[in-house]
Design a protein around this ligand. Structure first.
Ligand code: NA7
Length: 539
């Protein structure tokens, strides 16, 4: 039975509800407050930080350089904060998030330990009713999600999971008190970024370590190092220009890159350039040539360069071959390591290839692969996330006519600009599927979306409008545009979480917008300058 909105009672009536107190939710809250809106952020955790709150596994750090993976909206903030390393470790990023929350007095508008379970659009009032796991009901004109792209842990449902008597951890839900693996027999399942970062450190503590690899991943050295004061000062003195340079690049962050093809140079020069970028470290390796993600032939030169590096580092040839990925470099997200491959030279570390024979079940004492039982005390699942859509679809979101977002996205996410969804008026999805998000500097992305959303809300307020909804035509065209440019990139050619292939049964749709940050910026601006083209606005 639907209770008419007019007769409902609410615990709060707000202009906007924001879901999630990670970097997106915090900045959105700040903008809403600055622009005079009543708003509240609801957050499941007991503190700010989002992904950096939950992912506390050993070795967890950002793969984007610290001086760029930080807010750009406040020069005072970026001048006063001192990153200690080239790639900030998780505790430092969390400390930064806390600092931002305190500095801008955000906590008073954040309700922690409160999960949004349901949001229902009421067509009579053009407002959302939002319900929490604590029993609260809030009415809001706008429902804004800032739930992150990699926030719903994928814990595989191994048969007989409960039979295992030891501990099972997921890297994305790591115990806050930490885990001591000293003297323990450990299994790590998964060799994506989280596995690659944690394996060397778990190996240091554990008595034995078995790494279960379904797909080998391309990994380049991070070359992490402390940042010295002069280096920081030089960036800070030039921060505005550096940020502008970042915004002008497809990834939203600036790094050295070349504007020619891998096939434009001879073998010796190609090798020299790969060596140079390898020595420099980090994901910028994919910037050596401009066609590595377009031309399979060019890509293969980079892939083979990395495979050869693996063969040189890993002493056992059989293990080296198993660790050397066969597919396209950069198709799955490239990983950056500190001592990952070297770890497999340690006598107590073993790689178990599960590409042909998966983990069939857990036992009381470990796990089974084929007929072999691996006895362990602890299992670490570095098995990733239900990426891009997982956190959105976990909520019961109901739009026009009571249609759920789950139903609307049955065959994959559909949105206009990754921000608005037809049938879900007054809902905005910060870094939603269909926006650059994971292909760009996430912090610039959340700033961009929040600025756009609040600009739109101001327009609606000025014009006394009550409802904004993406049109079906705009949504269809955007989905098609995403598909077309996705098809043109090698990134869509393998099984990855960009495509949803890591989650059994999930529709295989290439979700992030791959057109690049500057082009996307223009698209957002064009919509605004054409009276919010692609959206229907009404009283
Ligand atoms: P990823 O990159 O999704 O990696 C997860 C890993 O776990 C990957 O090697 C998967 O193999 C493996 N996996 C997933 N499910 C299973 C099962 N059922 N059995 C065995 N192995 C499995 O997640 P991360 O947390 O490492 O990184 C996510 C992003 O966070 C990363 O890209 C950075 O952007 C930060 P697969 O490759 O699917 O065969």
């Amino acid at each position: 039975m639907t209770v008419p909105a007019a007769t409902q009672t609410f615990d709060a009536s707000l202009d906007a509800v924001v879901v999630g107190a990670g970097f997106g939710g915090m900045y959105m809250m700040l903008k809403l407050r600055e622009n005079g809106y009543s708003a509240r952020v609801y957050e499941t955790g007991d503190d700010v930080g989002g992904t950096w709150y939950w992912n506390r596994y050993p070795g967890c750090r950002c793969d984007v350089e610290s001086m760029q993976y930080s807010y750009s909206f406040s020069d005072e903030l970026q001048q006063e904060w001192n990153w200690s390393e080239r790639y900030a470790p998780q505790p430092e990023i969390l400390a930064y998030a806390r600092h931002v929350a305190d500095r801008f007095d955000l906590r008073r508008d954040i309700e922690f330990e409160t999960r949004i379970d349901r949001a229902t659009f009421d067509e009579a009032t053009n407002r959302w009713t939002i319900e929490t796991n604590t029993g609260k009901r809030i009415s809001a004109r706008y429902f804004i999600t800032a739930v992150g792209c990699l926030s719903t842990a994928n814990l595989p449902d191994f048969p007989d999971r409960d039979a295992f008597k030891g501990n099972i951890y997921h890297t994305g839900q790591w115990p806050h008190e930490g885990v001591d693996f000293t003297g323990r027999r450990v299994a790590v399942i998964g060799t994506g970024s989280s596995g690659i970062q944690s394996i060397p450190l778990i190996a240091k503590q554990s008595k034995s370590l078995h790494v279960f690899q379904r797909t080998a991943n391309f990994v380049v050295p991070a070359r992490n190092r402390p940042l010295d004061p002069e280096e920081r000062a030089a960036v800070k003195a030039d921060y505005a220009a550096l940020r502008a340079k970042g915004r002008s690049r497809p990834t939203g962050f600036f790094f050295e890159h070349n504007n020619f093809s891998a096939l434009d140079v001879d073998d010796a020069e190609r090798e020299r350039l790969y060596e140079k970028f390898w020595d420099n470290g980090g994901l910028t390796f994919l910037g050596v040539f401009n066609d590595l993600l377009i031309s399979p032939e060019s890509n293969e030169t980079a892939a083979e360069f990395v495979r050869n590096k693996i063969r040189k580092i890993v002493k056992d040839p059989e293990t080296a071959e198993l660790l050397a990925p066969r597919d396209i470099i950069g198709c799955k997200r490239l990983c950056a390591d500190t001592g990952y491959f070297e770890t497999f030279n340690l006598p107590h570390v073993k790689l178990v290839d599960i590409s042909k024979s998966p983990i069939s079940r857990l036992t009381e004492n470990g796990l089974m692969v084929g007929e072999t039982e691996y006895q362990v005390d602890d299992i670490v699942c570095a098995t990733g996330f239900d990426a891009m859509t997982g956190a959105l679809l976990k909520m019961d979101i109901r739009g026009v006519g009571g249609r759920t977002l789950n139903d609307k996205w049955e065959h994959g996410p559909r949105s206009y600009l990754g921000l608005g969804v037809k049938g879900f008026p007054n809902m905005f999805t910060i870094t939603g599927p269909g926006s650059p998000s994971v292909f760009a500097n996430m912090i610039l992305c959340v700033e961009q979306h929040s600025d756009w959303i609040v600009g739109c809300m101001n327009h609606m307020r000025d014009e006394k409008l009550k409802r904004i909804e993406a049109t079906l035509d705009a949504e269809d065209a955007w989905v098609e545009h995403n598909r077309e440019i996705g098809d043109g990139s090698l990134r869509s050619q393998c099984k990855s979480w960009y495509l949803g292939s890591n989650i059994p049964g999930k529709p295989k749709v290439f979700s992030p917008y791959i057109g690049g940050f500057p082009i996307y910026t223009d698209k957002l601006a064009e919509s605004v300058s054409h009276d919010y083209r692609g959206f229907e606005l009404s009283r």
